[in-house]
Design a protein around this ligand. Sequence first.
Ligand code: MG
Length: 716
Amino acid sequence: MSNEKLFEVEESPVALKSFLVWMLLAYLFALAVRYIWVDWASQFPDFFWNGQLMINTNDGYYWAEGARDILAGGHQPHDLSPVHAPLAMATAFLARWLPVSFETLILWMPAVFGALLVVPVMLIGRALQLNRVGFVAALLAGVVWSYYNRTMVGYYDTDMLTIVLPTFVLWGIILAVTRKRNRYMALTALLMILYQWWYPAAYSLNTAFLVMVLLYVLVFERRELYNYKLLLFMLLGLMPLGWMEDTVLILAAFVLFHFGGKRVNRLVWPLLVLAVAAFAWLGGLAPIWLQIKGYLLRQSVTGGGEGDLHFFAVSKTVREAGKIPFEIFADRISGHPAVFLLSLLGYLMMAWRYRAMWLALPMLGLGFIAMMGGLRFTVYAVPVMALGMGYLIVWFSQRLAASLAGESSQSNRMEWGVMLLLTAAVLYPNIRHVIDYKVPTVFNKNEVAVLERLHKVAGRGDYALAWWDYGYPIRYYSDVKTLIDGGKHTGDVNFPVSFALTHPQTASANMARLITEYTERNFRQERNGSYLKQMMQDYKVSDPEAFFAMLEDQEFKVPKKSREVYYYLPLRMMGIFPTVALFSNIDLATGNPRREPLFYSLVPLGQKGSKVIFGGNLWVDLKEGTMRMGRQTTRLNRLVAAELNKDGTMRLEERNFDPDSRFFLVYMKNYRRFLLMDRRMFESTYVQLFVLRRYDPKLFEPVILAPMATVYRLKK
Ligand code: MG
């Protein structure tokens, strides 16, 4: 038996009608699995708004804002609403035509589109006359761990098509190299354009596909002229001109080669050389370099150079970047390490037998980059590895059925039985994951209620000052502008907001007015450097510390007020408040962090007399004002008990103990938690305005005082 025969899968042809029925089944299966989350989440009234479950990804609110503004027919200048983003446009389009609410639409779009992955996976199977392989692969790919996480119901993001589209591109390439027909090279190039229109970062994977086709041609089929035509078409699809121009070029080239007869074949080489030159000249290589640089050089402190300010880089707090262990990596790609290894084996067998499968290496490679580059890449390997698994399963079930039943009529039935049984086995860990993956909605309904009230109070040009995690939801529900958000949160823009949240009220108010007016000014005129640098230039200060000292002055002259600023201070921020503080807890001249602020949110485990116990080695005596931490007993500086009144204000009871102590303790009665912190955090605007509701009436006016969040208007 030759090697080729050893790895052979023999499939009898499947009629188109049956194929489409299988496809529909695979699609419905992917949707049905996604319903598991809906079923779980529906038991929580907190997850609902406007009678529908809310979405569960923060970035989703960004696209939703864009779609809402398209439907409304306009938006405010410089509010960063993505009205030209394909996802926002597609959503607005569907919202106009479908008889469902906007909330229902954005909740379900990711599932309905994401489950479409079964289509290109099955088409790849069919292109290789491996319909059963495609069917098994589609059942698996549609629900695999990492793919599910990013296309589940409520995960409203561009992810819903970022794997579907390159898998279609791969299908186009496989059709082209196996069939050698003009229509398939045009199809491939057009699919590449569609993918890149949807997702600009697709550029790298599209380029990798091009390089892969080139390698494939050089290794296997150097003499085929068709292959060079395919390369030419792919290059046209990649041309950095805009999707419309590229489409025109491709259609023109298609007409030329399809109707030009044999004599145009001599144009292939000159055109290819021309296209390569144009590609390089138009700067087609630059984005690739930038990407490589971005991933390889992960600096923790941005800025640098002499006399520059050194800010804190977000990547320091993002967990995604960094190496991941093999088991997690394998789980994400296949659901289980064993499934992963078998899939890899299946892929190698399949590529050995069908060399067109080598063309899938860019997706596989990008998925494997996750080992170094972060979890978000694993999804790219999912469809290819699923095809590998499908191949192995069909191959094995054929061998088994043949040896057990021979050529009898039982053989086919037995083959299906074994195939479905094995498929169920590899699906199992993935469906287990789906059941266990209980993701809450981004906000709960009480938080959204606060934002709805803010929407009624604030103008569309006003600003909400809030940490970047809340930027997109605030913009969606309140339709105000934000200073930082999920896409705008580099160290230099985070600094002023972090400063305003973690400093006392006077300095905070001055900074809030400054940063708002400077942000607006920067939209209108060209300025260089960070906002902070501009401010220091304008106030003629060269030392950041001297500038911050100036801000503590009540009489500090802020720029003229052009609009309102609202502080949005949620309970939710308590858990990340130390991280928020990091961004302004830095020596800007050197980039070195200062002494870490002290801030702990503690849940009491029990009480003994006047002692509140938080754990074996940590308790506080409320009467004596002492605290036991490990082996040390220290005194508290101050103890504040805060209880909510009906009108949202706080009734405060304060007791002073040792004025030299570092420790301030706040008991938040209604929340059943204690906050342990140092003086700096105690005096921060967030703690004063949210936790204690103690504001300087010359600087702030309370607008909304709800248990989940407070909103204050800046009076400066
Ligand atoms: Mg707006």
